[in-house]
Design a protein around this ligand. Structure first.
Ligand code: E4P
Length: 218
């Protein structure tokens, strides 16, 4: 499963990128607003920093304006993936942008039928929002399983499942177990994925035992 970082915080993304841990980046208008940074320069900086796709979302909701915004975003760099809402206009824009050869990420997916339409529109990625379904006591992870089952039943559907709105390590393992192709994860959650109390306990014992030997490797 590919790991994307779900953030517009350039410093945090750089730290994870330098650790060789991420395959791409996803942003959205809320993350840009939270970062307080300028949208277009931020996308330019991220696209230069990361080899994989950097999802940049259109702000418009009508087809014509989405297409004009997508043209601006696509000019920034080859690895800018155009992120579009899962609406009829967004799906139409997705099909047009894919016909031009550019990657797309269809976002705000909450149902199997929406994922089916995203795939019919040729989306490179579809982003089912696990956490926002869980917020409503609905089954976020089950949606990933269901979309996997449908996509696998119809090999002509080539869209990759990009699990989104993940808020915990459990969400990430759930996405992997559901067979998601990629997961986009907030930076603090990515860092928490490495944590385990038994790792800390075991390491403390190894350090103490090594010290007791009086030896040195260097
Ligand atoms: C990523 O593509 C999504 O926009 C993001 O994961 C949404 O996460 P949230 O539901 O925590 O805002």
């Amino acid at each position: 499963m590919k790991i994307f970082v779900d953030s517009a915080d350039v410093a945090k993304i750089r730290r994870l990128s330098e650790a060789g841990l991420i395959d791409g980046v996803t942003t959205n208008p809320s993350l840009i607003a939270k970062s307080g940074a300028e949208f277009l320069p931020t996308i330019r900086e991220l696209a230069a920093m990361v080899e994989g796709p950097v999802s940049a979302e259109v702000a418009a909701t009508d087809y014509d304006t989405m297409m004009r915004e997508a043209a601006v975003l696509a000019k920034i760099a080859e690895n800018v993936c155009i992120k579009l809402p899962l609406t009829m206009d967004g799906l139409r824009a997705c099909a047009s942008i894919r016909a031009e050869g550019r990657e797309t990420n269809v976002t705000l997916c909450f149902s199997v039928t929406q994922a089916l339409l995203a795939a019919k529109a040729g989306a490179t990625y579809v982003s089912p929002f696990v956490g926002r379904l869980d917020d409503l006591n609905l089954e976020g992870e089950q949606l990933l399983h269901d979309i996997r089952q449908v996509y696998d039943a119809y090999p002509a559907l080539q869209t990759q499942i990009l699990a989104a709105s993940l808020r915990s390590a459990n969400h990430v393992s759930g996405a992997a177990l559901a067979g998601a192709d990629a997961a986009t994860i907030p930076p603090d959650v990515i860092e928490r994925l490495a944590n385990h109390a038994l790792t800390d306990k075991g390491l403390a014992a190894f350090v103490a035992d090594w010290k007791a030997t009086g030896q040195s490797i260097l």
